[in-house]
Write a protein that binds this ligand. Structure first.
Ligand SMILES: NC(=O)c1ccc[n+]([C@@H]2O[C@H](COP(=O)([O-])OP(=O)(O)OC[C@H]3O[C@@H](n4cnc5c(N)ncnc54)[C@H](OP(=O)(O)O)[C@@H]3O)[C@@H](O)[C@H]2O)c1
Length: 270
């Protein structure tokens, strides 16, 4: 996240003064990727960070609070500085040690998936960002989002975990389901070169229908048609070829029927 965001901001001509990491080698590598900035290692030698008017904290979630505390200890007065983190599940209060010393604090979370720095340079352009924090921090976050061609929306700080659960439910879970499908396709004899692009196209169309038509009208397939014979045959085939998929399949059919407002299937089917 840090490298992708750093590179995009550098490309948008935001001056990147420093790139800080735990290890010097990582900081140097990140500077090469970003194409700008001076490498720093987190710790007392990072006092130069006080020269930056804006600090973007992109560590893993578990390190946000402790790194904020470390950064806060670098100066007695942080007024005039803005610190933003990119974590989806934590509110900006995770940056309290900096706020106590006068910094404006906030969070700007991209509702986007970033599996690598290179992928992030593509996917973070024009994406949606959940923003919260104090007024000055939100103003600066909004400016950054606009520079990246994105869309900003506000998120309640006390609901960030729920908000993040929503992001989690519709991204890595979809990838997991796609891989379950791919394995079933493989067992069905579908050529490997076809399976992944075919699934990608399939899911992209479902996503488009979801956006255009809403969830209910985008639903298709035997469950919403109340075709219990086909569901029963699916379950028999899955029990034989992929028993671990059965509980996932059943839970999803139950959720799907509830969403579709359908009558209950025959007792014991799902
Ligand atoms: N990836 C996504 O799809 C995505 C999407 C939205 C938001 N985010 C958010 O973006 C943030 C970064 O995510 P990521 O995917 O880039 O994670 P990541 O690839 O695991 O990178 C986390 C970075 O944090 C550094 N770090 C961990 N503990 C540290 C500490 N105590 N001091 C200094 N640095 C420390 C790690 O350094 P080392 O290399 O030394 O271990 C690593 O460079 C997270 O808050 C995440 O929730 C990620």
């Amino acid at each position: 996240m840090g490298q992708a965001l750093g590179r995009l901001l550098a490309l948008a001509e935001v001056p990147v003064l420093f790139v800080a990491a735990r290890r010097a080698s990582k900081a140097r590598r990140a500077v090469r990727f970003i194409g700008s900035g001076r490498p720093l290692t987190v710790g007392p030698s990072a006092a130069a960070l006080t020269q930056a008017s804006l600090i973007l904290l992109t560590t893993s979630d578990g390190a946000v609070a402790s790194v904020a505390k470390d950064i806060a200890s670098l100066a007695e007065d942080w007024s005039g500085h803005v610190v933003l983190h990119t974590c989806g599940s934590l509110p900006s209060s995770a940056l309290l040690p900096l706020k106590r010393k006068g910094a404006s604090v906030g969070s700007m979370h991209p509702f986007q998936t970033v599996p690598s720095a290179r992928a992030g340079v593509r996917s973070l352009k024009g994406c949606y960002w959940g923003v919260e924090g104090d007024a000055q921090a939100r103003k600066v976050a909004g400016r950054l989002v606009r520079l990246l061609g994105g869309v900003e929306f506000s998120v309640r700080p006390d609901r960030k975990t729920l908000y993040h659960a929503a992001a989690f439910l519709s991204c890595p879970t979809i990838v997991t389901l796609m891989e379950c499908s791919r394995l079933l396709l493989q067992k069905s004899g579908v050529p490997a070169r076809v399976a992944r692009p075919m699934l990608a196209k399939f899911v992209a169309e479902a996503a488009r229908n979801f956006a255009d038509l809403g969830a209910r009208r985008a639903l298709t397939g035997p469950a919403v048609r109340a075709d219990w014979t086909t569901i029963r045959r699916h379950l028999t085939a899955l029990r034989r070829s992929s028993p671990r998929t059965v509980p996932v399949y059943r839970a999803l059919v139950r959720a799907m029927l509830q969403l579709a407002g359908r009558q209950r299937p025959p007792r014991g089917l799902v």
